[in-house]
Design a protein. Sequence first.
Lengths: 298, 304
Amino acid sequence: MQVKPIRESGGDRAFNIVNYIMLTIVLIVVLYPLVYVVSASFSSSYAVLSGKVWLWPVEPSLDGYKAVFKNKNILTGFQNTLFYTAAGTLINVVLSILAAYPLSRKDFRGRNKFMLLFVFTMMFNGGLIPTYFVVKDLHMIDTVWAMLIPTALSVWNVIIMRTYFQTTIPGELLEASQIDGCNDFRFLLKIVVPLSGPIIAVIALFYAVGHWNQYFNAMIYLKNPQLYPLQLILRDILVQNEVRIDMLGDVKSAAARQGLRELLKYSLIVISSVPLMLVYPFVQKFFVKGVMIGSIKG
Amino acid sequence: MQLRTLTDVRKGWQLYALFALPLLYIIVFKYVPMFGNVIAFKQFTVTKGMFGSPWVGFAHFERFFNSYEFWRLLRNTLSISFYTLIASLPFPILLALGLNYVKHERFKKTVQMVTYAPYFISLVVVVGLLFQFLDPRTGIINSFLGWFGVDPINFMGQAGMFQSIYVWSHVWQNVGFACIIYLAALAGIDPSLHEAAVMDGASKVQRMRHIDLPGIMPIAVILLILNTGQIMETGFEKILLMQNALNLRASEVIDTYVYKIGLVSQALNFSYATAIGLFKAVIGFVLLIVVNQTAKKVGQESLW
């Protein structure tokens, strides 16, 4: 809390200086890798390879981005990820509201038992292999459903949402609506959802980040490369270092090829991370609310 | 009583209709797998199915406990978890305390904005970044060390460095986001405490020590409990990405082992993998209960 003292003592002034220096160091430590990647992605392959890039782009070029956009796999991955993120998040948000609203109602008989049923799944996990077999038995392997349905709901987000409903939708509103003959479906759709914009935004962002960054489920459930999300293709290129020669176009010399390969990686990192970086500042102001609500005992 | 239940249910049928789909999801994707764990006690083969496969009792568990892998997996899992737990506790708190005394709103907003950002970067990209920066030939870290005459180090190839690289990149990625909750707790501290302290001539350091720190302690304790209960859950997806043959000695944890035995190895052994996974889940569950009970006894906040 900011309390303005009459005048700052010497000790407090020293504290301020140390504080600002420390925070600036944190800022640089977090920011520098990000700046470096962006700068490297806009540099020439030679500059990247010879370690000339330190802060700003050296010998600016767009070669890395050109190589990325020429690549069919990456573009397909991008499209797939967009679809998985949009469809998956929609399913997530709808299911979370459907779960959270009844659980927030005091007259929902059995709600404590249902709540226990939900919370228990956070403490005891079915495990990788049994879950894999459920997905397999439902014939979802190697279909888009494997990317959407097994992660359709997060109990943690249901709890956050339920707490929000309980604390922000007054009981009188429900009573008044019921007297006016409004049923539960209508009340949820016309009153609860419109009043819950901030929490829906935060939850949607959390889910969307999960989908956008998902690679593991894709790795175990998908075999058809046409269905691969971007992260799986990123994994091949960034982690496994599998850059196929034809990705690099008509570059001939080995050194130039090596350089372009590194450049491609930096450009790919930037392109794959930019969408979320653009969205999150708009939702950021709701974070505190979302995170805080989650911490209240329900 | 019975009658009231029935009328309540009938009156509230619409709520049950809304709730049906999420409930179905939880049952199919959370509870069915829990019961699917019975194959840990069977010699499961796909052809015979879950019910047709013969029972083997605790044979898979015994095999695991007696195996050469057991102690290595347990040691790696626990040391990565504890290392992460300890290393990621103080920094968000310090960051929140520091930000709390910043007067320039713009500076404060900038630091927050920047430190949150890595949270949204995917694990694949974070690991890709690590590989780029730590590369023995083209990595910037080795270029930097080169200035001081240090020979290039193959960081990812050294088992001894694996856990530190894993943990500190985790701290880098999560410090900003983890600090949100502490900032919110600091905002909830009664301003009159600070006013009174200022009147009494308390310095900022003293106010931080005696007002802010006690103010966020309950949250810190809750989070510590929560995370201790999760000690068997390592950041398995990230570890899997960072693993290679050279660092496997320090990087193989229970989860990655289950994944390999159950889904990638040449000779898949579903039952054995499930047994190891179940062992982990049971230990984790017991741990969560014990930690929470202890916290209750000590008189601190508990989770439920």
